[in-house]
Ligand binder design. Structure first.
Ligand SMILES: Nc1ncnc2c1ncn2[C@@H]1O[C@H](COP(=O)(O)OP(=O)(O)OP(=O)(O)O)[C@@H](O)[C@H]1O
Length: 229
């Protein structure tokens, strides 16, 4: 399988006021990977996704991305007064995809959302809103899909559905970058995992390099090593 880099981050620096978050940060994302991004609160995961997608400007360094991308933001931005189906159509006009039933049914079935598409979004649960946002992001049809906390506030059944959608996208050859605080979730879904802390790269490993260690072991090891310094 082709395994070239589809994103190359070199010498990235980004500060907010006096806070230097990223200093000379380097990372590659390979085609076809489900690449998990983990790290404690405030470590820079969302900022990194925003830098990759140009929502934030870099101070210095470079980010090269050679394919079209779409991104699920941390919060849902939906038209609450309209149905799910109408949302799909409206975003379809905005993003230039066809909001036709046959195009989204396969994905909405995987998310168990199809039967709810005629309900008003204001009546949706948090998990259903998350899944509708995800469906819209997937419909854009980009080769690189960035998912910022797709399962936050989502119940276990919907988490399984979201995971099956991600597996399906991987099978279709998409590259997925996913952030989550749920380490077991990342373990189930990711082919590669990067941990960052205060803008520093702690590790960047393929899941088969874990040598039997869980992500929780690796995460806690980082904390212990820091205490020794
Ligand atoms: N627009 C901004 N203005 C000022 N500071 C910011 C801005 N965006 C991010 N930061 C700072 O950058 C740091 C990293 O934040 P970021 O949201 O990227 O972390 P995160 O790893 O996604 O955290 P969480 O797990 O809590 O979502 C934080 O200290 C945050 O305050």
């Amino acid at each position: 399988m082709e395994h070239r880099n589809v994103i190359e981050i070199k010498g990235l620096a980004k500060s907010f006021g006096k806070e230097d978050l990223y200093k000379d940060f380097n990372l590659n994302i390979k085609k076809g990977d489900v690449h998990g991004l983990i790290g404690p609160n405030g470590s820079g995961k969302t900022t990194l996704l925003r830098l990759i997608t140009s929502l934030y400007q870099l101070d210095s360094g470079s980010i090269k991305m050679d394919l079209k991308h779409s991104m699920l933001l941390e919060n849902d931005y939906l038209y609450e007064e309209f149905s799910g189906r109408k949302n799909i159509e409206l975003f379809g006009q905005y993003f230039g995809y066809e909001g036709k039933k046959e195009n989204y049914k396969r994905y909405s079935d995987l998310l168990e959302l199809t039967e709810h598409l005629d309900k008003k979004v204001s009546n949706y649960s948090k998990g259903m809103k998350r899944k509708l946002s995800l469906l819209i992001v997937v419909m854009i049809g980009a080769d690189i899909i960035l998912l910022d906390e797709p399962t936050s506030g989502v119940d276990p059944i919907s988490r399984v559905e979201i995971r099956s959608l991600v597996s399906e996208l991987k099978k279709e050859g998409k590259t997925i970058i996913i952030t989550s605080h749920d380490l077991s979730e990342i373990e189930k879904i990711a082919s590669r995992v990067t941990m960052i802390k205060s803008g520093n790269l702690i590790f960047d490993k393929d899941v088969n390099e874990f040598n039997g260690q869980t992500l929780e072991d690796l995460f806690l090891e980082v904390g212990k090593n820091e205490k020794k310094l």
